[in-house]
Design a protein around this ligand. Sequence first.
Ligand code: SF4
Ligand code: SF4
Length: 143
Amino acid sequence: MAGFWTPRLIMTQGYCEYTCSLCGSVCPTGAITDITAREKIERPIKIGSVYVDRGRCLPWSGNAPCIVCEEVCPTSPKAIYLKKETVSRPGGKKLAVQLPFVDLKQCVGCGICENKCPVKGLPAIRTISAGESRSLKNQILLL
Ligand code: SF4
Ligand code: SF4
């Protein structure tokens, strides 16, 4: 019940637009801090982090090449970086791919990578709240 009526982001339906801070401007109670888009990017404000599910990710699992998450990541430098590798396809053939890795220090948890990942049902890259700016206790990396 503690989270009753609390807004929740479902990244498969939508994501946090990197250059937008409208939620803070329209929130009538001040529950979301009213900051400018520039402040949001420059601090940066993080709403979480992502992790790659290697069992579902197309290049990690050897099923197909894919770099969609790296392409859509809006941060600079990008929070997704790629490493060229040759993996075994199901059936044994070799496949040249670029494997995605997440730089947790750059990731702001915007969720566009989860939203655009071509793996449907449960995307192969998923957003969690850990790493958020509002709580020093909910961190992945040791500070
Ligand atoms: S978009 Fe999805 S399937 Fe493609 S590389 Fe990223 S995590 Fe893997
Ligand atoms: S959530 Fe995905 S797209 Fe957004 S900053 Fe993190 S890695 Fe980049």
